[in-house]
Design a protein around this ligand. Sequence first.
Ligand code: PMP
Length: 370
Amino acid sequence: MDHHATTPCDPRVVEKMLLFFSEHFGNPASITHAHGRKASQAVEDARIAVARFFRVLPPEIYFTAGATESNNIALNLVHAGEHFITTAIEHKSIIVLAERLRKRGSDVTLLSPDHEGVIQPEVLRAAMRKETRLVSIEAANGEIGTIQPLAELAAICHQHKVLFHTDMTQAAGKIAVDLTNVDMASFSAHKIYGPKGIGALFVRRGRRVEPVVIGGGQERGIHAGTVNVPGVVGFGAAIQLRAEEMGEEAVRLAELRDSLRNLILAEIDGVSINGPRELRLPGNLNVSFDRIEADSLILAMKRFSLSSGSACSSGERGPSRVLKAIGAGDAAAIGSIRFGLGKSNTAEQITMLVDDLKRVVRKLREISAA
Ligand code: PMP
């Protein structure tokens, strides 16, 4: 129940990928022979599938090694002396890049969310300056599930003629997303039942970006190195499946999530729900348990894979940065569990989960009271 960290690769995706390991093994840059052209065609077909899903043009999609690299390329646009705006609740990759920009002489503003994790449009508007070069705001949060008012945020940037990047890793393929007024967007395949180590950066036609990895000029210079053909094919296949299945799946996951929330509230004392009531990712729930340390609870919940926050931040010590940013006290932030429901989770598992939670929470509270 930790599908925000990653998802299992769909067997239908794996099947499509397998052919491109050994049978169609060509290098897509080897256009002098059929092996290369076969691989190149598969990469371009995947590009069309990704572009179609986001209703953009195929040349606007660049394949990368994942959302982390896409974020690196996007933020690479900010130079010393320029102003960069992002938020306090971004993924670790953006936070670390923002720190580096600051060290290298850029001015960085971290916008604060409201208590539900929403970046209010007027907060962004107030932060805009003459020297603002780029704004980067995630489409949805992987810890508390908040879905941002992206259209309004993007429109503000457009009005100010400031570039707008959005990390769509947690949103794309789970909820409908719209790239109107978005200049750049980061995606990752492994969050949507595709393979790990492959993602994409959308770059609107006419915008120029600077690569992080340079070399052989693959992906029109934006991601050098021989293209990960099985990965790209897997990404294309995964996104096509999302196009077909996402709508129904979102309804089912939201129902499962609501039943998990209602059962926890009904059966366990001293709990509070973190994050938004309404505009929330379908499979996401974040709960604080009073007088409980999340780490102990996660360890004791042997039948389930749970986490307290982003896997990429699990090395960070102390209470969750995201929960603190929305005003949770230290105790609530330390005792919080993030549930990320996905395709294989069932109603029976929700019942089992709540039974285990009830038992483990009671036991841990007895120990801490003793
Ligand atoms: N951004 C967000 C919001 C994420 O959740 C993740 C994955 N945890 C990433 C970026 C990094 O993606 P990748 O693993 O593809 O580098």
